[in-house]
Write a protein that binds this ligand. Structure first.
Ligand code: PMV
Length: 340
């Protein structure tokens, strides 16, 4: 029996950000958040389980995973091993060891949300390879343990992460708000740096919660932001959604900047791209930016403005390339290769 499965998942970019945990071990957020899953940023992952007491073999973009990155994935695989035993999955081996091969069509750990697509694809591939069929919400709960934002990538289109109340986190998962084909918008990623970021979101988030005097104000504003974002999505009101997303991202970065010592992900090129978005918007294009835990700038725009916004960003000296995405699908299983 082949205990193998391959899954794909797309990254998602938050329009209302998740920044702050109420439980660091279970990855439970202080607030809800809301995102768009992107067609252009895809991770494909194959997991094979075998009876073997050795260590998991983990290969990311053709190279063996090392250090903290390896540790994080092996810890996640332990959760899947626990699920295999809890579900009495007799299909699986007793001491299952995983071989994981994962490839990204875009740079890892540079603020392009590769951990979101990565853990969503891993959650689906690892459970299916083990013969476990989790409902989307349960899969989202599992993916959340790898990386909080991954719980939203289980779903396509616009998704919301419900923070939940339960101490065990079983009610903290993503839900779909709007299917990818229900609203044709664009998200552009201006890639300014392809190197791994200096401080991971996990540490930076905990540091912000612990030291930023603005964190309480940030948290208090999120339920209202989510209400407006949901209304804007249901009314297909891009202006309302875009203005809110840009403001929400700036408030998140202001909260980090007020931490001690401060957390600053922006490069000079980041500020140049933000200003360019303002310039082309003043000139009549329909676009707004958002920025995550990295220097890259993402731009939400309408289909009619896409080409001109790409051109405006591409001519900046610090922009390496611009990746254009439509609303993307949720995590999905790929067919097993046909044996020859
Ligand atoms: O899921 P993490 O730990 O990579 O954190 C994601 C944090 C942000 O990308 C900045 C915001 C978000 O909601 O995705």
């Amino acid at each position: 029996m082949i205990l193998q499965a391959t899954a794909e998942a797309c990254a998602n970019i938050a329009l209302i950000k998740y920044w702050g945990k109420r439980d660091a071990v279970l990855n439970l957020p202080a607030t809800g958040s809301l995102s768009l899953t992107l067609s252009g940023l895809v991770t494909r992952t194959t997991v094979t389980w075998a009876e073997d007491p050795g260590a998991d073999a983990i290969v990311l973009d053709g190279k063996p995973a090392e250090g903290a990155e390896r540790e994080r994935i092996a810890t996640f695989l332990d959760l899947v091993r626990a699920l295999m035993h809890a579900n009495g999955s007799r299909r699986g081996p007793d001491s299952p060891r995983a071989t994981v091969e994962s490839s990204n069509g875009f740079p890892r750990a540079a603020g392009l949300a590769s951990s979101a697509s990565g853990f969503a694809a891993l959650a689906l591939a690892a459970t299916r390879a083990a013969g476990l069929e989790l409902a989307d919400e349960q899969l989202s709960v599992l993916a959340r343990r790898g990386s909080g934002s991954a719980c939203r990538s289980i779903f396509g289109g616009f998704a919301e992460w419900l923070p939940g109340n339960a101490a065990d986190g079983q009610d903290s998962h993503g839900v779909r708000l709007l299917a990818p084909e229900a609203w044709d918008v664009r998200m552009l990623v201006a890639v300014l740096a392809e190197r791994p970021k200096p401080k991971g979101s996990r540490d930076a988030m905990n540091h912000t919660v612990a030291t930023s005097p603005y964190f309480d104000a940030w948290r208090a504003a999120i339920p209202g932001d989510l209400d407006v974002a949901r209304q804007a999505i249901s009314a297909r009101d891009l202006r309302r959604l875009g203005e809110l997303a840009e403001s929400n991202a700036l408030r998140m970065h202001a909260t980090m900047l007020a931490a001690r010592p401060p957390v600053l992900y922006w490069l000079p090129e980041t500020v140049a791209a933000m200003r360019r978005v303002w310039e082309v918007r003043d000139a009549g294009l329909t676009c707004w930016f958002t920025i995550d835990a990295g220097p890259n700038v993402k731009v939400l725009c309408d289909v009619a403005s896409e080409a001109a916004v790409v051109a405006g960003l591409s001519e900046l000296p610090g922009v390496l390339r611009v990746i254009s995405s439509r609303p993307g699908p949720g995590a999905r299983l790929l067919p097993a290769p046909v044996a020859s």
